[in-house]
Design a protein around this ligand. Structure first.
Ligand SMILES: C[S@@+](CC[C@H](N)C(=O)[O-])C[C@H]1O[C@@H](n2cnc3c(N)ncnc32)[C@H](O)[C@@H]1O
Length: 322
């Protein structure tokens, strides 16, 4: 049985019997006016953060959600799109698609604004999406891609890139791990399926995202996720797993490499009104401006003693220039 089959089996069971706490983390569940979240969807929240952000959802987007789970985020996305087939949900597990459909029916009974036709559920795998090329504005996945081995992860990212329109975006939430994950845990298909041993270090994940072509990347949040401790796992020391929220935008790749925002800011505090690096970045006196890591590096390498570059906060919230 391949690890992908073990994964299907894990989520078949999680579809048939809700496994509260299977994933989930410290991020709050969206509360929105007029949105009544069925308790079954909360019990089947198998994500590790959120991928739903109103600022991604302007201009009547068509949304793809890969790995639907109990449908909580599918419903949240529908809240913003509110049109027939505005959200396409894809999952490989029949039982999960059935559970999601059933939960959406429950949601339609207590949410006047919601119609089941808003969601188009399709069977398919992340590695070969049943979706037309260049047709999606916002693609989301929560706590699925970390399960994939690197070759499959690459295929899944390439698939998302293929189906997105130019300037469309992938929004994701996934575990990451900066420590060396022991090989025997990586090779444990069940742990991998449970989102506990497949995760990569953040930089490696970001490299894979930009290697498929995404020209702009935002690291929006980073949170503690799980500890694999010797008390419960076959490890010599605690292994800390975090979860990240990332948006990857299908912008053209800049000649000097991708713009990756990790929450750095530059502040000019010299004697002039502003500092102009003549490369498109104007820093106004004592006003922080969000910069991507590349620009932060370029500004830092000027060696000016009147420009302060902050560390990455890993909480990038838009704005700034690169
Ligand atoms: C950890 S759960 C996350 C569910 C949901 N995103 C959430 O946040 O609650 C992973 C989901 O991906 C689905 N899945 C597993 N393997 C898949 C694959 N190869 N392609 C698409 N979906 C898959 C599972 O059935 C399950 O719904």
């Amino acid at each position: 049985m391949s690890y992908l089959d073990v994964t299907k089996d894990v989520y078949k069971k999680a579809a048939e019997t809700p496994d509260v706490g299977l994933c989930c983390t410290t991020s709050p569940i969206w509360q929105l006016p007029g949105l009544d979240m069925p308790s079954i969807m909360l019990e089947m929240n198998y994500g590790c953060g959120t991928t739903v952000n109103p600022r991604d959802l302007v201009n009547d987007p068509t949304i793809l959600y890969v790995g639907v789970g109990g449908g909580m985020e599918v419903l949240q996305f529908s809240y913003f799109s509110r049109k027939k087939h505005g959200v396409i949900g894809v999952d490989i597990v029949d039982e999960m698609l059935d559970a999601c459909q059933k939960n959406l029916t429950v949601a339609s009974e207590t949410n006047d604004w919601f119609k089941e036709e808003f969601v188009d559920l399709r069977k398919g795998t992340a590695m070969s999406l049943p979706i037309e090329s260049n047709s999606i504005d916002v693609a989301a996945q929560n706590c699925l891609f970390n399960i994939f081995e690197k070759e499959d992860l690459k295929k899944a990212l390439q698939e998302i890139y293929r189906v997105l329109k130019p300037h469309g975006r992938l929004v994701l939430s996934d575990p990451i791990c900066e420590q060396e994950m022991p090989d025997h845990l990586r090779a444990d298909d069940k742990l991998r399926a449970l989102c506990l041993s497949g995760s990569l270090p953040l930089q490696e994940y970001l490299d894979m995202i930009t290697e498929v072509g995404f020209g702009t990347v935002e690291v929006r949040a980073k949170r503690p996720y799980r500890i694999l401790s010797p008390n419960h796992y076959d490890v010599k020391e605690n292994i800390m797993i975090e979860s990240v929220e990332v948006a990857a935008i299908k912008d053209p790749m800049p000649e000097d490499g991708p713009c990756i925002f990790t929450g750095k800011a530059a502040i000019y505090y010299g004697k002039e009104d502003q500092f102009d690096d003549k490369k498109g970045h104007v820093l106004l006196q004592n006003q922080p401006i969000a910069v991507c890591d590349k620009t932060a590096g370029d500004l830092g390498s000027l060696g000016n003693d009147d420009i302060h570059i902050t560390e990455s906060t890993w909480f990038y919230d838009g704005g700034g220039c690169c």
